[in-house]
Design a binder for this molecule. Structure first.
Ligand code: UDX
Length: 476
């Protein structure tokens, strides 16, 4: 990042993401910001994630002051990882000694001493590692601040009886949860992290995430991938652990986009760049981008209905149809669909999403509201149509619509897992999104605010400078 000059000695951040695409992307981008400002980076994936990244990004480790390490996640090769999230989170929580051994055995060889461990909020295994190595543990939240608060304060919500979450079709004002820290807007039960819903109570994920929420308090510093102009300084500060600093430093990917630098950093899929050529041929603002991130799945029936809705909308669309999106199976499109839509549809397995959202032809995003996708869309001035799947995505979808006023949604998908969204609904929601000038105007306002935040003198830029100064101070 250009601008402010800070004289930095050999600082060294060990960066440990949770092994899922959205989490890796956010921490990889933030690591790059630190590297640009003088840090040496050790980026530690699980072996499973590292293999996927290296298989799809051959040029990967060719960077100065950067190295990749990996540790075994303790699960057998055939395990579903993110498809069996509870088991993955619980197993990772026990991997501290393995991670520490990898770090200790790779010391030396001109690598500067470790200054801090920068860790995803659900990688509690890093707490003992940071303590044993005598370095600060910096907890990074790759969710919006409001969702991070809903996770961090899970114990409080449990003690107040809000979790296990009872989600109901009828929403009455008295069900709203008010008074959460950080002056965040009141929440509906359906906004809370969905893994705490009643039906999940006995599941591994409920217990594993509750434990992670408690362990997020073992922090010496907290950073959140959002910006103050979107969520407020109080919301960021509410994530503080025992009074430590807690700062909004996002959108972390935006500086690279603004500088026209390579944004492909830690992809676990082969990105299909041909969709960019197709976008070049479309009219400005005319294309709907459709993607549900790296984990969300849909039933075969739902995919067919979605396809027919996209067809019926008459809108050009670029659709990321991951090979495993149909609940692990190869998705099958309705008969004749590809032929009928060939003049205005482009279907791929994985895109360079930041480049897609930055493209002038893209005018709307049908998304699962993963935080990265949502923040990327907001930062590029693209309004959203939300179709959340799990976790924090329900809250993000609701906030995009009701609080940030940059999105639309489908009625009731937040309260009914099994609801089929019909082709007619898709058709009409897509038309509403693509024709809504108000949403477009608001998206452009937020884009400007996001850009301002990451430029020298902006809130996130300044917060990153503060963080670096504080780490320098601790390293002395
Ligand atoms: C996960 C969780 O599911 C989500 O709820 C949480 O907020 C973050 O972590 P994921 O489901 O993968 O993430 O979604 P998201 O946060 O949107 O991250 C997906 C990332 O993959 C984005 O950075 C996006 O740019 C990238 N992507 C997605 C591509 O590069 N190409 C694609 O085709 C699709």
């Amino acid at each position: 990042m250009k601008g402010e000059n800070i004289l930095i000695p050999s600082m060294h951040a060990v960066v440990v993401p949770f092994p899922a695409q959205g989490h890796v992307n956010a921490l990889m981008h933030f690591a790059e910001l630190l590297r640009a400002r003088g840090f040496y980076i050790t980026f530690v994936n699980t072996e499973w994630t590292e293999k996927r990244i290296l298989d799809s990004s051959k040029h990967f480790s060719e960077r100065s002051n950067f190295r990749l390490l990996s540790f075994a996640d303790g699960l057998p090769p055939e395990h579903g990882r993110t498809a069996q999230l509870g088991e993955l989170v619980a197993m990772l929580a026990k991997r501290g000694p393995v991670l520490e051994e990898v770090l200790r055995s790779s010391n030396g060889n001109g690598v500067p001493p470790v200054t801090c461990i920068l860790t995803d909020c659900i990688m509690s295994c890093t707490a003992s590692v940071a303590a044993n190595m005598g370095v600060p543990r910096v907890v990074f939240w790759p969710l919006c601040a409001a969702a991070s608060i809903a996770q961090k304060y899970a114990d409080l919500l449990l003690s107040q009886g809000h979790i296990p979450i009872k989600v109901s079709q009828t929403k009455r004002p008295e069900q709203m949860i008010s008074g959460l820290p950080g002056n965040i807007p009141d929440l509906w039960p359906s906004d809370l992290i969905s893994f705490y819903r009643e039906q999940c109570e006995s599941d591994a994920i409920f217990k594993a995430l509750l434990y992670e929420a408690q362990q997020s308090n073992e922090a010496d510093y907290v950073l959140i991938n959002t910006f103050e102009e979107l969520e407020g300084r109080d919301a960021a500060a509410a994530l503080s652990a025992n009074g430590c600093p807690s700062l909004a430093i996002g959108p972390v990917f935006l500086p690279k986009v603004l500088q026209g630098e390579e944004t492909r950093l830690g992809s676990m899929w082969d990105e299909d760049e041909s969709c960019l050529e197709w976008l070049d041929k479309q009219r400005p603002g005319s294309v709907l981008y459709v993607s549900f991130g790296s984990v969300a799945v849909k039933s075969q029936q739902q995919l067919e209905e979605l396809a027919l809705g996209l067809e019926g909308s008459g809108q050009p669309f670029l659709w990321v149809l991951r090979s495993d999106i149909a609940e692990g199976h190869t998705p099958v499109l309705p008969e004749g669909f590809e032929k009928r839509t060939s003049d205005r549809a482009f279907i791929v397995n994985w895109t360079p999403q930041l480049k897609v959202l930055a493209h002038a032809s893209v005018g709307g995003f049908l998304t699962h509201n993963g935080w990265n996708s949502t923040l990327e869309s907001i930062s590029m001035g693209v309004p959203l149509l939300g179709w959340p799947y799990f976790g924090d995505q329900f809250l993000t979808c609701r906030f995009a619509k009701d609080i940030w006023k940059v999105g639309l949604d489908f009625k009731d998908v937040d309260v009914d897992d099994n609801r089929l969204v019909t082709r007619e609904e898709v058709e009409s929601a897509v038309r509403d999104l693509m024709q809504n000038e108000q949403l477009r105007k608001r998206a452009l306002e937020l884009k400007e605010a996001a850009i301002k935040a990451v430029m020298p003198g902006g809130s996130s830029f300044t917060n990153i400078s503060t963080f670096i100064r504080d780490m320098l101070e601790k390293a002395k």
